[in-house]
Design a protein around this ligand. Structure first.
Ligand SMILES: [Fe+2]
Ligand SMILES: [Fe+2]
Length: 265
């Protein structure tokens, strides 16, 4: 059981300066995309888990689900406040969020609940791989503002803590390998284009126009990160995969002493 009930995010979560325009367009794209998706995505994840919750009788698993819902709820609220500060930079996050909300509403309406939970399990894996990079790869994070990094690392640590909750629930309610792979395909087909569209929309709004050199540097950083992440990402396709086969306990143990919020548990 992890120390899930810390109940607060790092402060301050208002936008440190500069969030935008620090010469890392690729990093911006990634951050903006994740930031913008977070609240609508997290609400979708919570709903898909809560829908199946009543089928779980094991008290420890119920407690883990409760903790998952609590953590994702806090992330959504923290990111809502954080995203609001984008207005300062002339970026219309609300427009992007309305669009993301519409996408997730459609998924809720059209997809069977097992596939919705399968999408959540897959999204949690992608998030956990990103979280692994944030806590493990100093080179990838060296240009991020320290306050911003603290905020992101808090979120990353909590993502690692609860990374197997949706996956375990998915299997508990009868999801098997084929349904898990089908969920991956549905997630890619329904979410890849909206995510790219949102990223592009936010980058178009960004007052900083990256130079050629910045674009090249950013592309090189992205390639390097992707090369490191590829084996972790692809591991999800193995029939016998479980999230804790990627053991992040040491990364978490390293983060706890360094975080103000972790101390407050
Ligand atoms: Fe989250
Ligand atoms: Fe999560």
């Amino acid at each position: 059981m992890w120390p899930y009930n810390r109940g607060s995010s790092p402060s301050p979560i208002s936008t440190p300066s500069p969030v935008l325009g620090d010469g890392q367009p690729a990093a911006h794209a990634l951050r903006e995309r994740v930031l913008d998706h977070d609240p609508p995505g997290e609400r979708f994840f919570i709903d898909s888990v809560r829908h199946h919750e009543r089928r779980v009788t094991d008290s420890e698993q119920r407690e883990l689900i409760r903790a998952f819902v609590q953590q994702e709820g806090l992330h959504g609220r923290a990111h809502d406040r954080f995203n609001a500060s984008y207005a300062k930079f002339g970026i219309d996050v609300r427009k992007q969020q309305r669009y993301a909300d519409k996408v997730f509403r459609r998924l809720r309406r059209w997809l069977p609940w097992t596939i919705q939970l399968g999408i959540t399990a897959f999204a949690e894996h992608l998030t956990a791989v990103g979280a692994h990079t944030l806590l493990d790869d100093d080179e990838a994070t060296e240009k991020i503002d320290p306050q911003m990094l603290e905020f992101w690392r808090w979120h990353a640590a909590e993502e690692l803590e609860h990374k197997s909750v949706a996956f375990d629930l998915f299997h508990k309610v009868g999801g098997g390998y084929m349904t898990r792979m089908l969920s991956v395909m549905v997630a890619v087909l329904t979410l890849a284009v909206p995510m790219l569209r949102i990223t592009k929309g936010m980058m178009d709004d960004d007052p900083h126009v990256p130079t050629r050199r910045e674009r090249k540097e950013a592309a090189a950083v992205q390639r390097r990160i992707l090369r490191r992440q590829a084996p972790l990402l692809l591991a999800y396709l193995r029939p016998g995969f479980h999230p804790w086969q990627i053991d992040d306990t040491e990364l978490l143990a390293g983060w706890y002493p360094s975080s103000e919020v972790a101390h407050a548990i």
